[in-house]
Design a binder for this molecule. Structure first.
Ligand code: ZN
Length: 369
């Protein structure tokens, strides 16, 4: 495939307390909303969403999200909303809630509004969902004809969410340039179904720069629950730059290895998407040829943000070569994104997993001396 393809949401809005203006932004889209959110998130935003919607005469049909972006969950919510006369679907919450909202809107061919309350993944802006089994094992990417109609990010809400989720979003965003540059170098195709554009390349590259420049300060800001210029910059990197970058620039090994990890049993399922992607990124770097300082720059950054850098950190301290090879096989399964950036075998991925763990341990040992 030789054509360049770039896709994006119709509108992106980001700012402090912007949730109070949600009604103004959604009123051109429709007057009956199917709102998907879990109990915890809904309790935090319910009053303000109701106030801003009722000021614009927008009605709400509420659906509870039960925790997994699975085929069953999408079918359950779609069945509930079937006769409610909804004009658009709105997801409020984390990546899995938002992915479910996109899938439900696709079932009805309705517009979708995405309101992330944590900056933990780059799911919000894309025209795809990651579908898991009810047990949380990666199943497939579900692609849509269009991106969300509106993505609205309240940075005050983000600043009040747990710092661990914010760090996870930074890790997901930091994978973007690492993966995009390998797709470009290898001549692979992107999640948008074409070759990367210059625009996607520039966005992905800038994403990484912003994270290294402001990531540590933004992480401090979230721990103090304050909105700062550093936080605003990194929320945009985590959400918009990473979202546009990965989708139109391509995913490669880091995400395929993440998907491979979900095939294992045990405590690894307690890790966030971004935490698994952080280690997956180190594995991708170990698959490539980089100077030691370059790899240590990533390890150091992850460590400062409390992200996993060793097999022990991803709860795989006692994993056998067989288990690691299982991850390698899942990561190199047919259709996996690793094939957009690499010509690689399961055995080579297994070696890189073991190498990445070793590189991090050597760096940590050096710090102690
Ligand atoms: Zn991701």
């Amino acid at each position: 495939m030789s054509e360049r393809v770039f896709i994006s949401p119709a509108k992106y809005v980001q700012g402090k307390n912007v949730i109070d203006r949600l009604g103004t932004y959604v009123s051109p889209i429709g007057d009956v909303a199917l709102v998907i959110a879990d109990d915890v998130v809904w309790k935090i935003v319910e009053e303000r969403v109701h106030a801003s919607f009722s000021a614009e005469g927008i009605k709400i049909e509420k659906a509870d999200f039960s925790g997994e972006a699975s085929k069953h969950e999408v079918e359950r919510i779609a069945a509930q909303a079937k006769d409610a006369g909804v004009k658009f679907v709105m997801g409020v919450g984390g990546g899995k809630t938002l992915d479910t909202a996109k899938a439900v809107s696709d079932e009805f061919h309705l517009p979708v509004v995405i309101v992330p309350t944590i900056a933990s993944t780059d799911a919000p802006t894309s025209a795809l969902s990651v579908i898991y089994s009810d047990e949380g094992i990666f199943e497939s990417y579900r692609f849509y004809n269009k991106n969300p109609d509106l993505v609205l990010v309240d940075t005050k809400l983000i600043s009040e969410a747990p710092a661990r989720f914010f760090a996870s979003g930074i890790a997901d965003a930091l994978a973007t340039w690492v993966e995009v540059r390998s797709v470009i170098a290898f001549g692979g195709t992107t999640m948008a179904g074409g070759r990367p554009t210059i625009a996607a390349e520039a966005i992905a590259k800038r994403c990484e720069e912003v994270l290294f420049e402001h990531g540590r300060l933004a992480y401090e800001s979230v721990q103090a629950k304050v909105v700062t210029p550093a936080l605003e910059a990194v929320v945009e990197a985590n959400t918009l730059l990473s979202g546009l970058g990965f989708e139109s620039g391509g995913l490669a090994a880091a995400h395929a290895i993440h998907n491979g990890f979900t095939a294992l049993e045990g405590d690894i399922h307690h890790l966030t998407h971004g935490e698994k992607v952080a280690f997956g990124t180190l594995v991708q770097l170990a698959l490539e040829e980089h100077p030691q300082e370059e790899i240590e720059r990533y390890i150091s950054f992850y460590m400062d943000l409390g992200l996993p850098v060793t097999l022990e950190d991803v709860k795989l301290k006692d994993a056998s070569r067989e288990d690691i090879l299982k991850v390698g096989h899942a990561a190199t399964a047919e259709g996996e994104t690793i094939h957009s950036g690499f010509d690689v075998t399961a055995d080579e991925v297994a070696d890189a997993i073991i190498a990445a763990d070793r590189y991090s341990k050597a760096y940590q040992a050096k710090l102690k001396n």
